[in-house]
Design a protein around this ligand. Structure first.
Ligand code: AN0
Ligand code: CP
Length: 315
C-alpha cells in the first residue's frame, strides 16, 4: 500500500482486522520497521485523537515523528493555482508540499471539507496535491470526504464487541449547531459496505449523503423505525450534501437519548468524538455501560499503527 485515503484500500477486511488484532496484542513487535524513518503529520484543522493516536502509532513502530500545524507557525498557504499572490498568503502549497516531502518518509494529512465548493471538496483537491507533489506515501487523517482511520477503528471496535455474525448497525444523524463535514459518515458507510452487516442510515430529509456513498444502502428518514432492534448505534452530525454545507435542522428530537436507546436491542453506542453532549447524545447514554466511545478512541492507535505498518512494509 502506498497511499491510504479510503477504507476500501485495505482490500480484504478480514485480513486487515486480523492484522489489527496482532497489533493490539503486540504493540511493540515492529519497532525495527520504522527505525530511522520519519512520519510527518500535517494538520490544516484541529485534532485531539488523530494527533495523539497517530503519533503514538508511529512511535510504537520505532519511527521519528514531526507534527506541523499549518495554521500555527507555518506560512499562510495559497492552495489555488494561478492566483496573483499579493494578499496575506506567503507561500504556495505547490512549493510547500515537495519541501515537506524532502523531510519525511511518510506524510499524514488532515484537511477538512471547506464547504466553499462541493466539487473541490469531493475531488479532494488538497489531499490529491499531497499525493501528486510530495513524492512520498500519503495517508489521510480526515480529508474532505473520508476519514478512513476513524472507520477502521470503528470496524475494529464493532469486531471486538459484536455478539452475532450479522449485527444490525444504525448510523443516525443527530443535531449540532455548526456545519460539519460528511467525511465520517461517508467513510463509515463505505466501511459498512465491506461487511455483510444489516446496515441502515437514518437522517432527516435534506441530509441524504452523496449517492456514491449510499448506493445499495437502506436510508430512512424515520429514526425510531431505524433504531428498532439495533445492536450498534453510530451517531454523527453532518451538514447537508444536497444544499451543500448548510445546516437545515437542529431538531433535538434526533438526539440519542435513553428513550431512543430503549428502542434498540440494548445497543452499543458509538461516536468518533469530539461530541457535543445533549445535542448529539444525552449524558446518560454516553455515560452508560453500553457506550463504547473510549474503547473506540483507544482503537485509533491500533487503526493508525496497522495502516502505517502496511505503508512502511511497502516503502
Ligand atoms: C469533525 C467532523 O465532524 O468531521 C471531526 C470529527 C472527527 N468534527 C468537528 O469538527 C466537531
Ligand atoms: N475522531 C477524531 O478524528 O478526533 P479528532 O478530530 O480529535 O482527531
Amino acid at each position: 500500500m502506498n497511499t491510504f485515503t479510503s477504507i476500501k484500500q485495505l482490500g480484504d477486511l478480514k485480513k486487515a482486522l486480523e492484522a489489527a488484532k496482532y497489533v493490539t496484542a503486540n504493540p511493540f513487535a515492529d519497532k525495527a520497521l520504522g527505525q530511522d524513518k520519519t512520519a510527518l503529520l500535517v494538520f490544516f484543522n484541529n485534532s485531539l485523537r488523530t494527533r495523539l493516536s497517530t503519533q503514538k502509532a508511529a512511535l510504537n513502530l520505532g519511527m521519528n515523528v514531526m507534527v506541523l500545524d499549518v495554521n500555527q507557525g507555518a506560512w499562510k498557504l495559497e492552495t489555488q493555482r494561478g492566483v496573483i499572490m499579493d494578499g496575506d498568503k506567503s507561500e504556495h502549497l505547490l512549493e510547500a508540499i515537495p519541501v515537506m516531502g524532502c523531510y519525511a518518509d511518510i506524510i499524514g494529512v488532515r484537511s477538512f471539507a471547506r464547504f466553499e465548493s462541493r466539487e473541490d471538496d469531493y475531488n479532494e483537491v488538497i489531499l490529491n496535491q499531497f499525493i501528486k507533489y510530495s513524492g512520498k506515501p500519503v495517508f489521510s487523517m480526515e480529508a474532505a470526504i473520508r476519514h478512513p482511520l476513524q472507520t477502521f477503528a470503528d470496524l475494529i471496535t464493532i469486531e471486538q464487541y459484536r455478539k452475532k455474525e450479522r449485527p444490525k448497525v444504525v448510523m443516525t444523524w443527530a443535531p449540532h449547531p455548526k456545519a460539519l463535514p460528511q467525511a465520517v459518515p461517508n467513510s463509515f458507510a463505505e466501511g459498512m459496505s465491506m461487511t455483510d452487516f444489516d446496515f441502515v442510515i437514518a437522517n432527516p430529509e435534506g441530509y441524504d449523503l452523496a449517492p456514491e456513498f449510499t448506493k445499495g444502502i437502506r436510508v430512512t428518514h424515520n429514526q425510531d423505525e431505524a433504531l428498532e432492534g439495533a445492536d450498534f448505534v453510530y451517531a454523527k452530525n453532518w451538514a447537508s450534501y444536497e444544499h451543500y454545507g448548510e445546516v437545515l435542522s437542529k431538531d433535538r428530537s434526533w438526539t440519542v437519548t435513553k428513550e431512543k436507546m430503549a428502542l434498540t436491542n440494548n445497543a452499543f453506542f458509538l461516536h468518533c468524538l469530539p461530541v457535543r453532549r445533549n445535542m448529539i447524545v444525552s449524558d446518560e447514554v454516553i455515560e452508560s455501560p453500553q457506550s463504547l466511545v473510549i474503547p473506540e478512541a483507544a482503537n485509533r492507535v491500533v487503526s493508525a499503527q496497522t495502516v502505517i505498518k502496511m505503508l512502511l512494509q511497502d516503502l
